[in-house]
Write a protein that binds this ligand. Structure first.
Ligand code: GDG
Length: 763
C-alpha cells in the first residue's frame, strides 16, 4: 500500500509526463464517457460533460494512447449505436456502449443510483433492491467486459472505474487470465456493517477481486473493504494484499489528484479575468462564500444553506457584508430522491432570501445549472471561503480545485469530516456537516481569519495539491497493477513443470509420499468428527499402498486413535498428533516419539480455552493425548479471528516459561509440547530412507505443514493445497485436485497399470 494520504507530501515528486512503458496502452472503462453525444442539424457532436470521473480521467486518457469505453449519455432504443456516433467517439479515442431505455432504467437509475450509490454513502433508507434489476446490472457489466475484450491487446493495462462496473474485473479475468487489470472505486467503501446489507455482496466483492489492484481514495475505505472480505467471503486478509484464486491482489489507498496547472493558468486568461471582475462588481465589496456540487443528497446542500441562514441570524449585520453562491449542477433528475431534494433546496433558498433579502441585495445566489469552466475558475478565485461540506463523499475534487485555483496563499477552505479529501487537506477548517451551529461557527471563523493565518493554512495545501496531482495518481495506480502481477504467490503445479515432475516420479524407484489429511486429502467439514474419509479417499490410499516402489505416510495433527479408526486398514504409515506418534506401514501400534512431558499445565490451559469457547459461538475444544486444540471453523469470521489472535497472544505469553508451544493453524489454536512438529518427524523418516528414496512428495494445506516443506529437502516436491503464503514450491487448488493428481500419477506406474489390467480381466 502507498503511505497514508496525510503523510505523503514530503515523499512525492512531480511525475514524468508518461506513466506507460514501451508498447503499453491504457484502456479505461467507466459508466459515462466524459462526453455527451448530441445530434443536431449539423450532424453528430460530442460535447464535454462534467463530473468527478470525467475530470479525473481525461488527462490519463489523453496521455494513455488507448481507449475510453463507456456510455455516451443517450439511451439507444434499439440497443445499438449507429456508425456516425461511434465515428464521432472514435475520433476522440472513445468507444460507445449502447444501453436501451429499459437497461438504463434498471442498471443505471435503479441499481446504480437507488442501491449502490445510497448504500455506499450510508443512506440506507434510500436503498431499494430488486434481484431482476441486478440481473440487468450483470448483463450491462458483461457488455462492458466484452467491449474491453474486443479491443484489449495483451500488453494493455485495463483500468475499470467505479461502482457501476463492480463485476467487470472478474469477467475480464475469466476470459483473459493474464490481462493486467486495475479497478478504482471513486465513492466511499462503507463499513462492512453497512456493506453487508447488499443482497449481492459476495458477487460484488468477487467481481472486484478479478483485478490485480483495487484502489480507493482513503485508508479508511481500504480497511472497510478488508473487513468486508473477511466477513462476507471469509478471506484471511492480513495486509494490503489479498490472495485470491492464485493471484495477489494489491489494495491501494491513493486519493485522485487534479491537474493544478490547468486551474492556475485558467485563472490568468482574459476570459476568467473578465468574469472575476463581473462577479466582484456584483458582490459589491461583500465577502463571498462558495458552494459547488452536483445536486445530490450526499453533498449536504440543505444543511449547508441552513448553516448560512444560522450565520445571518446570529449576526444580522453580516447581511450587508457577505453573500453566498451555491452552484447546484442538475444530476440524476429521473430519480425520485433527487427531485425531492431539488424541491427542498428550492424551499430553503427561498426562505433565506425571503428572511434576509433587501431590495438590492439577495444574500444567497443559488444556481440550479452547470456553469462553463471559465465561470467556475472565476468563482474559485472570487470566493473568500469555499464551503465543501458533503454528508458523505468519496473524495471531492471541488475542494482541491478551489485550492489549486487560488492565485495567492489566501482564501479559507471549510471541509466536512466525512469527505475523503479532508485527509489530505488537513489545514482546512474541519466541520461536522450535520451540526448547523458548528458550521455557522466555522463560517464566522473563516470570515474573521487574518491574512497570516489564511496563508499559513493555504500554502501547504496548495503545495500538496500541486504535488499529489493526477499524473502521480495514475502512475502509482498503474505501477501497482504491474507490481501485483510480478508478486505472484506460490505457482500452480501445471504445464511444463508438472510434466517434468511427472517424469521424475515415473523414473524413480523408491517414492515417498507425506500427505497431510484434513484440507489436503479430505475437505474440511464444520466439525472435525465429520471429516471421516470418503470411499474415494480410502480407495486412493489403498491403491497407493498396494503399489511397490511407493511408500505412503499420512502426516496429521489428529490423535492416533482417530487415524487408526479411520485409515488404519489402508496400510499407510502414520505420523499422528503433529509428530508425537509414529506407526510404520504394516505395524499395529503407535509409538510415542517423545518422553511424555508432565501435564500440570493442562487444567490451566483448558480453563483459558473454555473462556474463549464461551465467547465464540460454534467454537469447541479438542483434547488430544499430548495437546489441546481450540477449533473455530464455521464461526463468525471477524469475531473468531479477533478472539483467536487474542487467545494466541495470551497463551504465547503464558507459556513462555513452559516446555510447550502454541501454534495458530487453519482455524485452530493448538498447544503442544515443544519440539513436536510434523517437519521433524518427516525429516527423521527421510533420513532413515535417504539411500533408498529418490522421490519425495510432501503435501499439506496448513501452517503446521510448513515445517515439513522446510525440512524435507530441496529436491522434494512440496505442494501447498489451497492458497496462502507458503514455503512450498508449488500448489494445487484444493483436496479434489490433490486426489486427482495422486490418481493420475499412480496410473503412470507400470505396476498400477498391470493391476488395473488384471482387475479388468477379472471383471
Ligand atoms: C465522484 C465522487 C470523487 C461541478 N460543477 C460544474 C463542474 N463541476 C466539476 C467540478 C469537479 C467535478 O465536476 C465534481 O467532482 P466531485 O469530486 O466533487 O464529485 P462527483 O461527481 O460526485 O464524483 C467524488 C470523484 O468521483 C472523483 O473520484 O471525488 O467523491 O462522488 O471536477 O469541477 N464543471 C463545470 N461546470 C459546473 O457547473 N464545468
Amino acid at each position: 500500500m502507498t503511505v497514508a494520504a496525510n503523510q505523503v507530501t514530503t515523499e512525492r515528486v512531480d511525475a514524468p509526463a508518461t506513466f506507460l512503458r514501451e508498447g503499453e496502452r491504457l484502456l479505461l472503462a467507466s459508466n459515462r464517457l466524459p462526453v455527451t453525444v448530441q445530434r443536431d442539424e449539423h450532424g453528430v457532436r460530442a460535447q464535454m460533460s462534467s463530473g468527478g470521473i470525467a475530470t479525473g480521467l481525461s488527462h490519463p486518457h489523453r496521455e494513455g494512447k488507448g481507449l475510453w469505453i463507456g456510455w455516451p449519455g443517450a439511451p439507444s432504443p434499439d440497443g445499438t449505436l449507429d456508425a456516425e456516433v461511434q465515428g464521432a467517439l472514435a475520433e476522440q479515442g472513445m468507444v460507445g456502449i449502447a444501453l436501451t431505455p429499459e437497461e438504463h432504467e434498471a442498471y443505471y437509475n435503479r441499481t446504480c443510483n437507488r442501491v449502490l450509490w445510497p448504500l455506499f454513502h450510508y443512506f440506507t433508507h434510500n436503498v431499494t433492491f430488486r434481484h431482476d434489476d441486478w440481473q440487468v446490472y450483470e448483463r450491462v457489466n458483461r457488455r462492458f467486459a466484452d467491449a474491453l475484450l474486443e479491443h484489449a491487446r495483451p500488453s494493455d493495462i485495463v483500468f475499470v472505474h467505479d461502482f457501476h462496473l463492480l463485476l467487470v474485473p472478474a469477467m475480464l479475468r475469466e476470459a483473459l487470465p493474464e490481462l493486467r487489470i486495475g479497478f478504482f472505486l471513486h465513492i466511499p467503501f462503507p463499513s462492512s456493517e453497512i456493506y453487508r446489507i447488499l443482497p449481492t455482496r459476495a458477487a460484488a466483492l468477487r467481481g472486484m477481486l478479478g483485478a490485480d489492484m483495487i484502489g480507493f481514495h482513503t485508508l479508511d475505505y481500504v480497511r472497510h473493504f478488508r473487513s468486508a472480505l473477511r466477513r462476507v467471503l471469509g478471506l484471511d486478509v492480513r495486509s494490503a494484499e489479498v490472495l485470491h484464486e492464485g493471484r495477489r491482489v494489491r489494495l491501494l489507498a491513493e486519493p485522485l489528484g487534479i491537474v493544478p496547472e490547468e486551474w492556475q493558468e485558467r485563472g490568468r486568461t482574459p476570459e476568467v479575468a473578465a468574469e472575476v471582475a463581473r462577479l466582484r462588481e456584483a458582490a459589491a465589496g461583500r465577502r463571498v462564500i462558495l458552494g459547488v456540487d452536483r445536486l445530490d443528497y450526499t453533498k449536504g446542500i440543505p444543511n449547508r444553506l441552513r448553516a448560512f441562514g444560522e450565520l445571518l441570524r446570529s449576526d444580522p449585520s453580516l447581511v450587508d457584508r457577505v453573500m453566498m453562491i451555491q452552484v447546484a449542477v442538475p444530476s440524476r433528475v429521473e430519480v425520485e430522491e433527487y427531485r425531492r431534494l431539488k424541491d427542498e433546496v428550492d424551499r430553503i433558498a427561498g426562505r433565506i432570501n425571503g428572511e434576509f433579502g433587501r431590495p438590492r441585495h439577495v444574500p444567497l445566489h443559488y444556481y440550479f445549472r452547470s456553469v462553463p469552466p471559465a465561470v467556475l475558475g472565476a468563482l474559485y478565485q472570487v470566493a473568500d471561503v469555499a464551503l465543501v461540506t458533503p454528508l458523505r463523499d468519496g473524495l471531492n475534487l471541488v475542494a482541491k480545485e478551489y485550492v489549486a485555483a487560488r492565485q495567492r496563499d489566501d482564501g479559507v477552505l471549510i471541509i466536512g469530516e466525512f469527505t475523503g479529501a479532508a485527509w489530505e487537506l488537513g489545514e482546512a477548517i474541519h466541520v461536522n456537516p450535520y451540526d448547523p451551529v458548528a458550521m455557522a461557527g466555522a463560517l464566522r471563523r473563516a470570515l474573521e481569519m487574518s491574512p497570516e493565518e489564511q496563508a499559513r493554512r493555504m500554502a501547504p495545501m496548495r503545495e500538496r495539491v500541486r504535488r499529489n496531482n493526477v499524473h502521480v495518481w495514475v502512475r502509482h495506480c498503474v505501477d501497482a497493477i504491474r507490481d501485483a502481477q510480478h508478486l505472484s504467490p506460490t505457482p500452480l503445479l501445471a504445464g511444463e513443470v508438472r510434466r517434468a515432475e511427472e517424469e521424475r516420479w515415473r523414473q524413480s524407484r523408491q517414492r515417498h509420499l507425506f500427505l497431510d489429511y484434513d484440507g489436503t486429502l479430505r475437505e474440511f467439514e464444520p466439525t472435525p468428527e465429520a471429516a471421516a474419509p470418503t470411499p474415494e479417499v480410502l480407495q486412493l490410499l489403498n491403491a497407493l499402498t498396494q503399489v511397490s516402489g511407493v511408500s505412503t505416510w499420512v502426516v496429521s495433527g489428529r490423535p492416533p486413535q482417530v487415524l487408526e479408526q479411520w485409515l488404519g486398514a489402508t496400510g499407510c504409515g502414520f505420523v499422528a498428533e503433529h509428530g508425537a506418534f509414529l506407526r510404520r506401514p504394516g505395524e499395529h501400534e503407535f509409538k510415542l516419539m517423545f518422553r511424555r512431558p508432565p501435564e500440570t499445565w493442562r487444567p490451566l490451559i483448558l480453563e483459558v480455552m473454555r473462556r474463549f469457547a464461551d465467547r465464540v459461538p460454534g467454537s469447541h475444544i479438542e483434547e488430544k493425548p499430548l495437546g489441546v486444540a481450540w477449533h473455530y471453523r464455521q464461526c463468525d469470521p471477524v469475531l473468531s479471528s479477533w478472539q483467536a489472535r487474542e487467545l494466541f497472544q495470551h497463551l504465547d505469553e503464558f507459556l513462555s516459561s513452559e516446555p510447550l508451544e502454541v501454534i495458530h493453524g487453519s482455524k485452530v489454536i493448538e498447544v503442544r509440547p515443544m519440539g513436536m512438529d510434523k517437519g521433524t518427524a518427516v525429516h527423521i523418516l527421510i533420513r532413515e530412507t535417504a539411500q533408498a528414496s529418490d522421490f519425495v512428495l510432501a503435501a499439506g494445506d496448513d501452517t503446521t505443514d510448513e515445517d515439513i516443506f522446510r525440512l524435507c529437502g530441496k529436491d522434494a516436491l512440496t505442494l501447498l493445497v489451497g492458497e496462502r503464503e507458503s514455503a512450498a514450491r508449488y500448489r494445487v487448488p484444493d483436496p479434489a485436485a490433490m486426489r486427482q493428481l495422486l490418481r493420475d500419477w499412480l496410473a503412470l506406474l507400470p505396476q498400477a497399470q498391470a493391476a488395473a489390467a488384471e482387475a479388468g480381466r477379472r471383471r
